[in-house]
Design a protein around this ligand. Sequence first.
Ligand code: ADP
Ligand code: ASP
Ligand code: MG
Length: 404
Amino acid sequence: MAIMVQKYGGSSVATPAHIKRVAGHIARSREQYDRLVVVVSAMGDTTDDLLDLARQISGRPSPRELDMLISTGEQQSSALLVMALQEIGCPAISLTGAQSGISSSNVHTRAEILAIDPSRVVKELDEGKVVVVAGFQGVNGNGDITTLGRGGSDISAVALAVALGAPVCEIYTDVEGVFTSDPRIVKNARRLDEISYEEMLELASLGAKVLHPRAVEFAQKFNVTLHVRSSFTWAEGTLVKGVDELENKRVVSGVACDLNTAKAVIMGVPDRPGVAQKVFAALAEANINIDMIIQSMMRDGRNDIAFTVERSALPEAIEIMERVARELGAEGVAHDAGVAKVSIVGAGMVSHPGTAATMFGALADAGINIEMISTSEIKISCLIQEADAQKAMQAIHERFHLDA
Ligand code: ADP
Ligand code: ASP
Ligand code: MG
């Protein structure tokens, strides 16, 4: 008996007409898979609209109530999709995250899936129904609804595939697969037939929102192949799978850009042991994640330490740094929220000298200044001004001939 888990993103179920089209596709898929579980996102911009409603009521809504509110988007779309399936004679049932046995941690608005008890889902499948699960949500130990963070329906889908033993999870979205860069920004971006989990995880973490990084992580850990496809053209798409199964290792597979970043600098800190520890321990205590770090060359016994944080964490980071700066006798604190991180990702770059130089050359020729750099075995990231982001992505994409 063949089993498949399919996930349809918000744009795929944006209107009643879209929902009817998706229902038709599901009915056809059923000819191939006798056990079919479908995870849906909320229709179009519903989640944003619900968040906006909350903002009109309160500047600081309680996270529990926010989850209660925004989880309703997926309940709407799952029920509507089942109605559409029933209209065309396809037996189906919708289930919430809790009804599907998705247990999560307690952290409202960004909960983690802890376990799945798929018994209800299995029972409905045994009865010959397509099971449509509301994505993006789980239930915590108190029985309260949680959500999994923006874009979290991808995680619901992969976790269900793991729990049900499905070898493949199809992710239907509004582009034809994973591209060498965001096809909405880089016009000649090319679709990749396949990409490794490692590369996809980096691209997703570095701003390519076509897949949620945690969904990729799950898929890698449990060896579920992800098949990213378009629900608009139904074309073949991209397979995300283990690096050993790939036909070739590209030096550079893709270019990503992350605007959710900001730069913070603590200037003129005395050059003595323990100073960096003091700065970063204070930030860690406040749960602020640090990404890129640069310590400049010493002058007159003092250093500048610059780093990046998520943009939303900048105000709190600055407050903490001003306090630490006073304690350390530093010269001051500066920040810039108008930055962007552009990155290249490729499993083959580790054995290919000159990749960094090529990337820096592309930026230099485009007249773009690099403010910070960070590297790992399979990625190189540069912090630049946000205004240059699109130009930078185009220039890097071209320099590595990614459209070829
Ligand atoms: P969904 O609602 O289906 O989950 P998302 O908006 O979350 O869709 O993700 C799809 C979007 O991801 C695309 O419209 C595209 O603009 C963006 N994207 C960013 N980087 C890439 C990439 N490398 N390949 C494909 N899409 C990308
Ligand atoms: N509807 C949720 C969001 O907009 C979850 C998702 O689309 O995956 O973030
Ligand atoms: Mg998404």
